[in-house]
Design a protein around this ligand. Sequence first.
Ligand code: AMP
Length: 289
Amino acid sequence: MEVIESPATMQKKSNFLREKGTTIGFVPTMGYLHEGHLSLMRAARRDCDVGVVSIFVNPTQFSPNEDLARYPRDTEGDLKKCEIEGIDLVFLPQAQEMYPDGFRTYVMVEGLSDKLCGCSRPTHFRGVATVVLKLFHQVKPHRAYFGEKDYQQLTIIRRMVRDLDLDIEIVGMPTVRESDGLAMSSRNAYLDSEERVSALSLSRALERARDRVLQGERSAGALREELRGIIEGEQNTQIDYIAICHPQTLEDLETIENRALVALAVKVGTTRLIDNCVVLTKSGRETHG
Ligand code: AMP
């Protein structure tokens, strides 16, 4: 397994691979890898000739009061995991090389970046779209793999790829969960044992949403209140949002017809967690499976 740190070297390597006709599958990450990341890597290895993983804790997607400095890091352990998964190349750029002095250019995906997580993190998706576009130009993948765990991020990347005519196939992968339902996340490492119990209220609320919609609940407001009760019933939880919205536009819905995205952001102690699922009505189930 090769490790490359310089963006210029990465680009040369990608050009070389492409000239040979090799297909490149790419998994961008911020490291501290878990089974969710590994599922993306396995898909990239299965579908493409070469699997590339990037590990970069991207400063532009954190605001000054967020957890950039304490974001968990374990490069050595991550490299071992990549090696075991048969990844061919790990790209480990440095912040100073990604954002040299005088950096001025950002990508904004309007109308999608300001909803849901964008309300409390107004510059977050600008940072995400910018770094992902830069990584795409450096790694030059044929396919790139993203988790549905970060549903809004996946929606924004798909929109950017379409709007900017990028010749890259975006593959969305299902959320990998712990056996008790908690969505895997590098940030779960922040939770103490009591918070870990409270954190289960997110997946429990989503489970309830799925059941209630199948049973015939159509009112987004009523459903939201029910989910609020489940989450606020746990200690140390502070809801950022409970959104019931259109799965593509992320516009809020009043009435659930066929399908809806239920997305949650909750602070458990000091740790902000997100989770989501797409809920289907009975008729939505028949059309969308
Ligand atoms: P991160 O390192 O948190 O930036 O995540 C890198 C990629 O892994 C993103 O595409 C995430 O959506 C994806 N990912 C993170 N957690 C999970 C999970 N539990 N299941 C599936 N994909 C995930």
